[in-house]
Design a protein around this ligand. Structure first.
Ligand code: CA
Length: 367
């Protein structure tokens, strides 16, 4: 026991001495040692502490990766705007666009339209075949052959004749209708109303479908000619006034002196032409239209004048002053009740002429 305790005492003494010697060797550097690793790591020591330091650096760098996130934020913001315009234009179409061409494409088509116009001949053979249209020129005279009753509530905007019946479209918001009328009696055989928000305008027949413009809604309804059920619609930019179909193209007026040619089944713009008289003066306010042979007849809004236009050149080749055809003139009572309505009867070569809220449809022959 004594030997053991002696050796233990000696070993303790030895370790104590060794410890003291070690302490003496380290001096004052020893105490800070615990913080050293941090200091070293911040200095970038390539020891095992380095990864820790690097990861800290990476995290501190994460704010920089946050900037991409910030960059991404604007990105989505800028991308939504592009869908938005599409959807803004879409509301116009969706309401009635089943068969419509994209509205956004149409405006861009317009600039290039004047050129294609000449590539598409204005031949109107389908209608021309039945149209004994003379070579109209100069000042036209007319003879009234018959008169028929006309609905004095009909704010006439479009008028056409097909297969023994009159097709008429009327205007005013909440009152616009499309109707089939029995000419001799003036009886409405069938009728359909427009969206009450829309102001009905010109009308044309394409095959077995009627295309009915609106004034400012930028939409044209497509209706079955027999039932007047809506079958689709087109959208367009600008105003809609008059419309007629020459067999190949739709011809459309917008209140200016410009006629716009449109594809009959897509409504895409195929060309435009400014309408001018021989002296070069523009004929503004072209309204209700009638395609007769290769010519386009138009009444000039707020007047009793009808001009015959060569659609290839835009030149007025003939003109008729209808003043005096109706007496008293309805416009004397209401200035809106002007002449507006030309329909050509290919079976007789005569024209049906009326106006907004006029009590009469006149059947006339021009010479
Ligand atoms: Ca017409």
């Amino acid at each position: 026991m004594a030997a053991l305790s002696l050796s233990r005492t000696l070993s303790i003494a030895f370790w104590l001495l060794a410890a003291m010697a070690l302490l003496a060797a380290c001096g004052s550097d020893a105490p800070p040692s615990p913080t050293t690793p941090v200091a070293t790591s911040s200095a970038g020591a390539p020891t095992s502490t380095a990864p820790t330091a690097q990861s800290t650096a990476d995290h501190s760098a994460e704010p920089t990766t946050a900037s991409p996130t910030a960059e991404r934020t604007p990105a989505p913001e800028s991308s939504p705007p592009s869908p938005t315009p599409v959807s803004t234009s879409a509301p116009v179409g969706p309401t009635s666009q089943p068969t419509a061409v994209q509205p956004t494409a149409r405006p861009t088509d317009q600039p290039s339209t004047p050129i294609p116009e000449r590539t598409i001949p204005a031949t109107a053979e389908p209608t021309a075949a039945a149209t004994p249209s003379p070579a109209w020129s100069g000042t036209l005279t007319y003879q009234v052959l018959a008169t028929y009753p006309h609905d004095t509530t009909a704010f006439t905007q479009g008028l056409l004749w097909f297969d023994g019946l009159v097709y008429e479209s009327t205007g005013l918001r909440g009152e616009s209708v499309l109707r089939i009328v029995d000419l001799p009696s003036g009886r409405v055989l069938r009728e359909t109303a427009a969206d009450p928000r829309h102001f009905g305008e010109g009308l044309a027949l394409v095959g077995d479908q009627l295309v009915w413009l609106t004034w400012q809604a930028g939409t044209a309804g497509v209706y079955r000619q027999d039932t007047l059920e809506q079958a689709g619609s087109f959208t367009y930019s600008g105003e809609g006034w008059g419309l007629c179909h020459d067999g190949d193209r739709l011809v459309m007026s917008d209140g200016s002196n410009t006629l716009t040619f449109r594809h009959p089944t897509t409504f895409q713009v195929m060309g435009t032409v400014p309408v001018t008289r021989a002296n070069g003066s523009p004929v503004n306010r072209l309204n209700e239209l009638e395609c007769v042979g290769s010519d386009v007849w138009a009444n000039v809004w707020l007047t009793d004048r009808i001009v015959v236009i060569d659609p290839d050149s835009g030149a007025v080749i003939a003109e008729a002053d209808m003043a005096g055809i109706i007496n008293p003139h309805p416009a004397l009572t209401d200035s809106n009740d002007v002449l507006n309505g030309i329909a050509y009867r290919p079976d007789t070569g005569t024209f049906l002429i009326t106006g907004k809220r006029w009590p009469t449809i006149f059947e006339v022959r021009f010479e």
